[in-house]
Write a protein that binds this ligand. Structure first.
Ligand code: MN
Length: 720
């Protein structure tokens, strides 16, 4: 029984100061698994970095080179290749010294230069805010990482050493770095299956952010470990005995969660310390896959298994490549025992993930190839996501969603297994299959029953998506989708759609204003257009139209420029813009006054949103009246054929069934109710605030006439 559990090892790492290393220590460690030539390259990189950083010191006062040396040491402990270790030694030279990427490529190799450049931050000056800088740097690093996964391995080693030596920084800076570590780097390590790295980053971050909780929890764990010794060794002994009878050899380890995981479990499940510690966990490592299943038989024979707790992650690995058999048993005295069974190879994978067997990723290591394939798949998804994201902050938000998955497994109609995050809806599934499937889905069958698109999926369901070529993503899907891929695809589609709508509206607005100068868009001279485009720094005319449609530029000013007419003419002579209600996402109807066809209206140009139509009498717009250039003369089209929401207040007797009577009357007038708020008054009367759908003022009048015939109703008014 190995007493050296993960937590214990981690605690040592946290509490013991790192011994000072020399380059010869590093080369000696590397020579255990590398040839003489690569080790020489490592030495050469060290002297190069040492010279470049000459005279620089860390916040602790030590020479700067101690940091890259320690980073390289971490990489060597992970048995990474020589280029990776060289990049570890050189990782700060582009950012902090005069040395350029090109110089590294010439001096060492293109690969080394790429790795170093990937972890180099962009120049600070280029960003408005800290958040932007962080998002943009991360985006740059992930793009580099998709070319070479070692970029992130170097970065994680760098972050690990920085976290181990945070003590000398200002407290606010320390907390910011710890937050970022828990938020981004630990989950990335997890996503790549690098469990040891994740645990240490988490515990170091936890230690910085909550020093007191950290200490209390680690003391409690140490004490509990002492109390549990008896039972742990009893279980281990009986298991070993039984294995021997079956002719199996295995290594059994007591297993503990790292402190941060314990802490999170206590917080998220509202458990006390003794409740989270009330489980005995073991890991059994055997020689091969076959032995895993035989071992499962042995432990199920020894103690009774808890029903429904068995999970086969060997047949269906987790998304980061993790493989094991998990089961829970009723132990002696009824204590629950969690058991993980896996082969040596899987065990390596479970601890080091993509970094496992880095030098030998050839045919015989199926597990590590699998991890690489999955990591590449994940990065591919990130690349797609970044194309669909508007800016780096949105990208960062999408990435966060992606990094905190809890998984479920569902089946495609042909039996393929798909891993989805918990809470994923039918639409998420459709986008996971293919973005075209997502973009055209209309309904779904789950286990042969038709379900709405917002249905949340559960493990084991088989899902069939029904598509229609005429169907499009709906903005309301954003309310229930949970995966980053679905979210960014829907947003991307809507943005495109909005651009098209904006272009059309922009053309109409421009024509309206050009008419004052007796001109139309099609008559404009090419030279003049390109002059104006140049002045506004736009690439093409469509872009300009889009800007007009979204309200980012004034159509009047643009019309003046295009006709070279500097004088402001009488705007009144232009015909009003006609609103048909079919303009799409760039014309919206104000929620404050709910204008309907027949109402006198005016339009307010709102930057980025296009035109918002208000009633001419809307009180909300009074304070905006002075901004003349933002107001637009608009009028309803003769044949508006859609329905609009409108608010009415029904003052009615407080009597049972009144709401039903009102609802019937509304529907008899061919309208329907979107929303009801009941406002109880004294004297036996209530105000019912109804939002109903009507086509125009006439239709509204019909509804009101029909409601007047209801005895219980005293008064009806339209809300203004
Ligand atoms: Mn560094």
């Amino acid at each position: 029984m190995s007493e050296k559990t993960t937590v214990a090892a981690e605690l040592e790492l946290v509490h013991n100061a790192e011994p000072l290393l020399t380059i010869e220590d590093l080369c000696f460690a590397a020579s255990n698994y590398l040839e003489a030539k690569p080790v020489d390259d490592i030495r050469r990189a060290y002297y190069f970095a040492k010279e470049a950083h000459e005279g620089q010191t860390r916040s602790s006062g030590e020479p700067y080179i101690t940091h890259p040396l320690a980073v390289a040491h971490v990489l060597t402990m992970m048995h990474m290749d020589n280029e990776c270790i060289m990049a570890g030694l050189l990782h700060d030279v582009i950012e902090d010294t005069e040395v350029s990427r090109e110089a590294l490529a010439v001096e060492f190799s293109e690969e080394v230069a790429l790795l170093v450049d990937g972890v180099t931050k962009l120049a600070k000056a280029a960003f408005e805010t800290q958040q932007h800088a962080q998002a943009e740097n991360l985006r740059k690093m992930l793009l580099a990482m998709s070319q070479d996964i070692r970029v992130i391995i170097v970065k994680l080693a760098d972050r690990l050493h920085n976290m181990r030596t945070l003590g000398h920084l200002r407290p606010d800076k320390r907390r910011r770095i710890a937050h970022e570590t828990l938020d981004i780097y630990a989950p990335i390590a997890q996503r790549l299956g690098m469990n040891l790295m994740r645990c240490e980053l988490e515990d170091l971050g936890f230690h910085v952010l909550y020093p007191i909780r950290y200490r209390v929890l680690s003391d409690a764990v140490r004490k509990a470990r002492g109390n549990r010794k008896e039972i742990v060794s009893q279980i281990t002994r009986s298991a070993l005995e039984r294995m021997e009878q079956e002719g199996l050899t295995a290594e059994i380890q007591g297993r503990e969660k790292n402190l941060y995981s314990l802490y999170q479990k206590m917080v998220s499940k509202r458990l006390t310390f003794s409740e989270v510690m009330d489980v005995y966990a073991f890991r059994i490592v055997v020689d091969d896959v076959d032995a895993c299943y035989r071992m499962l038989g042995v432990v199920h024979n020894l103690y009774k298994p808890v029903q429904g707790k068995f999970k086969d992650y060997i047949a269906i690995p987790k998304a980061n490549g993790y493989q094991s058999l998990h089961t829970v048993l009723f132990g002696p005295y009824g204590v629950p025992i969690e058991v993980q069974i896996r082969s040596r190879d899987m065990d390596q994978m479970a601890e080091a993930g993509v970094a496992a067997h880095w030098l030998y990723k050839t045919g015989e290591n199926e597990g590590s190839n699998q991890a690489h394939r999955l990591a590449r798949q994940w990065l591919q998804g990130i690349l797609e996501m970044q194309k669909g994201s508007g800016d780096s902050v949105e990208f960062l938000e999408n990435l966060r969603i992606d990094l905190f998955p809890e998984e479920i497994y569902v089946f495609t109609p042909n039996g393929q297994i798909m891993a989805m995050q918990r809470g994923a809806s039918v639409v998420d599934f459709a986008y996971a299959v293919h973005s075209d499937v997502g973009n055209s889905c209309v309904a779904a069958k789950v286990g042969r029953h038709l379900v709405p698109l917002s249905t949340k999926l559960e493990t084991g369901q088989s899902v069939e998506i029904i598509t229609a070529s005429t169907s499009h993503p709906n903005p309301s899907w954003l309310n229930f989708v949970t995966t980053a891929k679905a979210r960014s695809s829907i947003r991307h589609y809507l943005k495109q759609l909005r651009n098209e709508d904006a272009e059309l509206l922009g053309r109409r607005l421009l024509n309206k204003h050009l008419s004052v100068f007796s001109s139309v868009v099609d008559d404009l001279s090419k030279e003049r257009i390109s002059q104006v485009l140049e002045e506004f720094e736009l690439d093409n005319f469509e872009q300009l139209l889009g800007e007009l449609g979204l309200g980012n530029r004034s159509a009047l000013v643009v019309a003046q420029k295009l006709t070279q007419n500097g004088t402001s003419l009488d705007e009144e002579s232009a015909a009003p813009l006609i609103i048909a209600g079919t303009e799409g996402l760039v014309v919206s109807f104000a929620r404050c006054c709910h204008p309907i066809p027949g109402d006198p209206i005016h339009g307010f140009i709102s930057a980025g949103r296009g035109i918002v139509v208000h009633q001419a009498s809307c009180k909300n717009t009074l304070k905006l009246r002075t901004q003349n250039e933002k107001w637009l003369d608009v009028t309803w089209a003769d044949d508006v054929s859609r329905e609009f929401p409108v608010d009415i207040i029904v003052h009615a007797k407080n009597q049972r069934g009144v709401l039903a009577t009102v609802a019937v009357a509304v529907s008899e007038a061919d309208s329907n109710i979107d929303n009801v708020i009941v406002d109880e008054r004294d004297g036996g009367y209530s105000d019912l605030h109804l939002t109903i759908e009507v086509t125009d003022r006439q239709h509204l009048a019909q509804v009101i006439r029909r409601l007047r015939r209801v005895d219980l109703i005293e008064r009806i008014s339209r809300k203004n």
